[in-house]
Design a protein around this ligand. Structure first.
Ligand code: SF4
Length: 92
């Protein structure tokens, strides 16, 4: 019998491409990142975090190149820390 997920307030892992900004511009890029890549506003990123499940085991922050959007990355990390304390594994 297949297990059916019913607890949507707990998600094991989220992979989040929060920026398509990248210092490179590779032809093979899987998500069209570049120095002109699309970015999500800080306000929208905060709203996204506010709407994430109550419990998450892991969040993977990706891009693009996350370090190229360092101010936004710091804002996201601060908000995740406030919301989940040390109960989440953060990967970059
Ligand atoms: S995200 Fe990776 S593959 Fe895409 S442009 Fe940047 S370095 Fe290249």
């Amino acid at each position: 019998m297949m297990d059916i997920k019913t607890d949507f307030n707990h998600i094991e892992s989220i992979y989040w491409v929060f920026t398509q900004l990248c210092n490179d511009d590779c032809d093979h890029c899987y998500n069209d990142s570049s120095p002109f890549g699309k970015r999500i506003s800080q306000a929208d990123c905060m709203a996204i975090i506010n709407n994430m499940p109550e419990k998450m085991d892991r969040i993977i922050l990706s891009g693009g190149e996350p370090l190229a959007d360092i101010k936004l990355l710091h804002a996201i990390l601060d908000r995740i820390q406030k919301r989940y304390s040390n109960k989440i594994q953060v990967m970059l």
